[in-house]
Design a protein around this ligand. Structure first.
Ligand code: 2PG
Ligand code: MG
Length: 398
């Protein structure tokens, strides 16, 4: 393996037109790796800290780059990530910024894969992983923090659980997205799109469920495999400290659990993310106890890809699934630790994009490398199809 010879950091655009951090890692052997930090809108309180990109870049140049250049082997991912941690010196990357950290961490992995002459998924997963492909959760209708004047629930997701291949699953989600657009057009509902490319109509959650279910049924009939529905409630964004505040109603925590239960039942939901606010471990326990065993109750803001929070959740059975976002924790090593812990303890890891994304495809490789059962990375839109098309390419070349 070869030493890291240089690290370049710069601001580039994300899908919202905001600046974000891109890292390039150069090795002595002449390889170049890239990584670009994504950015959330419905961010959790307990996530690693994203600093303004210019500040994160300046801090990483001062503290992290000298610990990497000429010091760490490009393929020693644990070494790279330990150097980032040591350079930062805090427990939440508030010094160099989780955005600089994750961009460098991903760029180092990419450079190492180039040195080895292997695809990134194979470098990350080794020869014995990467034989299964994740089921893509396709965001087809959305609101919350991702679109103004749209649904209260942040994401309505198509879940093609019965698809024979990842590419058929990806195309089915795109078809459902199109069918949803057609159904709203038939009803004369004006529809813009939210941050992740999902339709963002000014309708109630009830109407959104109805339209999503019809679109799923239409496409499932056409393709001939099972497709179900999921949601990301992003309930922290509805929580005012005492109640969940919807456009038409206010719910206590107990009523919220009851409401989630009704939705699972009524729409046969296979996936429910963040049904309760980010610190309500007990609410997650109450919902998980009563939910059907094949429904994933997934913690995003609850766990923030953090093994300490995940251990707490696993011990009391708060959910049965964890959303995995590398930028919530700042390094690929810590991300893999969360995935491995989830796996060992029977929690399903769901690899995820952020609402602010770029052409970076690392998460597609990570999902394949880790044999993750699910990936959430949108249904349409260039920064989403970057990952989806990469999955199709990986499967086709394998
Ligand atoms: C989520 C994500 C991605 P954001 O809540 O799961 O869909 O949104 O990146 O805005 O946190
Ligand atoms: Mg979420």
């Amino acid at each position: 393996m070869t030493l890291i010879e240089g690290v370049a950091l710069r601001e580039v655009l994300d899908s919202r037109g905001e600046p974000t951090v891109e890292a390039e890692v150069y090795t002595e052997s002449g390889a170049i790796g890239h990584g670009i930090a994504p950015s959330g809108a419905s961010t959790g309180e307990h996530e690693a800290i994203e600093r303004p990109p210019a500040e994160a870049i300046a801090a990483a140049r001062e503290h992290a780059v000298p610990r990497l250049v000429g010091e760490v082997w490009a393929g020693d991912q644990r070494g790279v990530d330990a150097a980032l941690r040591a350079a930062d010196g805090t427990d939440n990357f508030s010094e160099i910024g989780a955005n600089s950290a994750v961009a460098i961490s991903m760029a180092a992995a990419d450079a190492a894969a180039e040195v080895l002459g292997t695809p990134l998924y194979q470098h990350l997963g080794g020869s014995f992983r990467g034989r299964n492909y994740p089921v893509p959760l396709g965001n087809v209708i959305g609101g919350g923090e991702h679109a103004a004047d749209a649904t209260d629930i942040q994401e309505f997701l198509a879940v093609p659980v019965g698809a024979p291949s990842v590419s058929e699953a990806i195309f089915a989600n795109a078809e459902i997205h199109r069918a949803v657009g057609d159904l709203f057009a038939e009803r004369d509902v004006p529809c813009g799109k939210g941050d992740e490319g999902a339709w963002a109509p000014p309708v109630s959650d009830e109407t959104a469920f109805d339209v999503a279910a019809r679109a799923v049924e239409r496409v499932a009939d056409a393709v001939g495999f099972e497709i179900r529905l999921g949601i990301d409630v992003a309930a922290t964004e509805l929580w005012d400290g005492e109640h969940y505040v919807y456009s038409d109603e206010t719910r206590t925590p107990d009523e919220q659990v009851e409401y989630m239960h009704e939705l699972i039942d009524r729409w046969d939901l296979v996936y429910v993310e963040d049904p309760l606010e980010e610190d309500d471990f007990d609410g997650f326990v109450a919902l998980t106890e009563r939910a059907p065993s094949d429904t994933l109750i997934c913690g995003d803001d609850l766990f923030v890809t953090n093994t300490e929070r995940l251990v707490r959740g696993i011990e009391i059975e708060a959910g049965n699934s964890i959303l995995i976002k590398p930028n919530q924790i700042g390094t690929l090593s810590a991300t893999v630790d969360a995935i491995d812990l989830a796996r060992e303890r029977g929690f399903a890891p769901v690899i995820s994009h952020r609402s602010g994304e770029t052409e970076d495809t690392t998460i597609a490789h990570l999902a394949v490398a880790m044999n993750a059962p699910y990936i959430k990375t949108g249904a349409v839109g260039g920064e989403r199809t970057a990952k989806l098309n990469e999955l199709i390419r990986i499967a086709d070349n394998a």
